[in-house]
Write a new protein. Structure first.
Length: 147
């Protein structure tokens, strides 16, 4: 598998920060993104590639599996497990973002009802903020429907 080292480093840093992943988990995920043919990478290959202990690789793979960021499979003629990135993860991630935004909208609506103000400035700011949420939710949903 060919890897661009500079892009790999950028991806490790980005995904580590974005998904709050430990360094080895971010490296594993970034490495799997380069598996364009989705052949999968075995546990032993990860141990060798990253010169990491089996327990470190195992715990980081389990973390990524539990987060649904990657999937595993077995080939019919082999006992080894192979790992690939979850091709549906981006959709799952954005569905979670939509859920959080919708929950925040409900909280804000309840707060607006509780405050019960007639202050035009406060109501205008609230409307701008909730409209931003609604537009982004709608935009993300439309895009996800196209995937």
């Amino acid at each position: 598998m060919k890897i661009d080292k500079d892009v790999f480093r950028e991806m490790v840093k980005f995904y580590g920060e974005a998904f709050h992943l430990p360094p080895l988990a971010a490296k594993i995920y970034a490495y799997l993104i380069f598996d364009f043919d989705r052949k999968g990478v075995s546990f032993d290959e990860f141990v060798e590639i990253f010169a990491a202990s089996k327990s470190s690789v195992s715990s980081n793979l389990n973390l990524l599996l539990n987060l649904n960021i990657i999937n595993d499979f077995n080939k019919i003629d082999e006992r080894k497990r192979f790992f690939v990135m979850n091709e549906h993860y981006m959709k799952i991630r954005f569905e979670e973002i939509i859920d959080k935004m919708e929950r925040e909208l409900l909280i804000l609506d309840n707060l607006k009802k509780f405050r019960n103000t007639n202050c035009e400035v406060a109501l205008q700011k609230f409307n701008i903020y909730t409209n931003l949420f609604q537009k982004n939710i709608s935009n993300i949903k439309e895009t996800l429907d196209q995937l």
